[in-house]
Design a protein around this ligand. Structure first.
Ligand SMILES: [Zn+2]
Length: 147
C-alpha cells in the first residue's frame, strides 16, 4: 500500500511538471492578460478598453501581490513611429501614463525592472487585441499553443 501511494505521488508530480512546462509558452493571468516570464512576482500585461496597459503582479501561488519596487517602460513600435510610454504605480498595480498608439499587430517592447537596482528585462509582445475564439483571451495573450 505504501509503495502504491509513493508511485501515485511520483506519477502526479511528473504529470504536474508536464503541465507546467506545457503552460510556459504563454500563460494568462487572472485578468486574462499575458503573463510575462520574469522572476516572481510575475507580471501580467493587460490592455484595458481605453488601451492603457495595466501590469499586475502575481506570487508563486498565482495570487496577486501589490507592486513594490517594480518599474516599467513600454516602447510601442507603432506604424506612426516608436513611442515610449512610462508607467506609474496606482494602488497595487502599475499603469501606463498614456494609451497605446493606434494600430494593431505591432510590437510592444516592455522594459521591466524588478527593483530600482535590477537590470531591466525586455519582453517583446506582439500587440493584437482581437479576441481568440478558442481560448477567449486577446490574441496577445492567446494560450492555444497551436504552433
Ligand atoms: Zn487562443
Amino acid at each position: 500500500m505504501k509503495t502504491l501511494t509513493k508511485t501515485l505521488t511520483i506519477g502526479m508530480l511528473v504529470l504536474g511538471m508536464n503541465l507546467t512546462q506545457a503552460a510556459e509558452k504563454v500563460t494568462a493571468g487572472a485578468k486574462g492578460g499575458r503573463l510575462l516570464g520574469n522572476e516572481s512576482p510575475r507580471a501580467e500585461f493587460f490592455v484595458e478598453k481605453d488601451r492603457t496597459v495595466t501590469l499586475t503582479f502575481y506570487g508563486a501561488d498565482m495570487k496577486p501581490v501589490p507592486a513594490q519596487d517594480q518599474s516599467a517602460t513600454a516602447i510601442a513600435e507603432a506604424p506612426a513611429g516608436k513611442t515610449r510610454i512610462a508607467f506609474e504605480k496606482k494602488g497595487d498595480v502599475l499603469v501606463s501614463k498614456a494609451p497605446l498608439p493606434a494600430g494593431e499587430k505591432y510590437t510592444v517592447v516592455l522594459q521591466l525592472r524588478q527593483t530600482a537596482e535590477a537590470k531591466p528585462r525586455n519582453f517583446r509582445i506582439p500587440l493584437n487585441t482581437a479576441i481568440c475564439e478558442q481560448c477567449q483571451h486577446p490574441e496577445y495573450a492567446c494560450t492555444c499553443h497551436d504552433d
